[in-house]
Design a protein around this ligand. Structure first.
Ligand SMILES: [Zn+2]
Length: 152
């Protein structure tokens, strides 16, 4: 009822967690700016309209969704999301933050490994009405570098 991952699923997030670059235009190791024993974060390759440099925060162990995610990992992950939100306010100059997290096909989950999106927000940016596009590695790298420098 709560799980929809197909048998033999080749998880793209685990590929990055193993330290492998994905094929263009997907995640490169240069997008990763944070990692500890339980949590990893990188600049997402999907950008919504003019809202640049959104991030995904991910458990380093493969859990499909919020129902599978252990409470202690959820707490660590949310702590990292809070740090990223603070870093975005400081380094992007945004005026707000939104997080989004999807579970199940009817919840718009597309990748079967828990991940939380963190978005920088500005007044009237219409996040939820914006078209999605694939940002290039060249566009993503400056954001990953800025966030990495904030954590170092
Ligand atoms: Zn995975």
């Amino acid at each position: 009822m709560y799980n929809h991952e197909p048998p033999g699923y080749d998880c793209p997030l685990c590929q990055t967690i193993r330290g492998e670059d994905q094929a263009e235009p997907w995640t490169k190791l240069s997008d990763v700016f944070y990692r500890d024993d339980a949590v990893i974060a990188w600049v997402n390759q999907k950008w919504w309209g003019a809202i640049e440099g959104n991030v995904v925060v991910i458990p380093t162990t493969h859990y499909e969704n919020i129902f599978d995610l252990p409470d202690d990992v959820a707490a660590k992950l949310h702590g990292v999301a809070k740090q990223i939100a603070t870093a975005m306010m400081e380094m992007y100059g945004c005026k707000g933050i939104s997080t989004r997290q999807h579970n199940g096909p009817d919840g718009n989950q597309e990748v079967w490994h828990y991940h939380m999106h963190v978005f920088p927000r500005w007044a009237r940016d219409d996040l939820y009405g914006q078209p999605v596009r694939m940002a290039s590695v060249e566009e993503r790298t400056p954001y990953a570098d800025r966030l990495r420098s904030w954590f170092s």
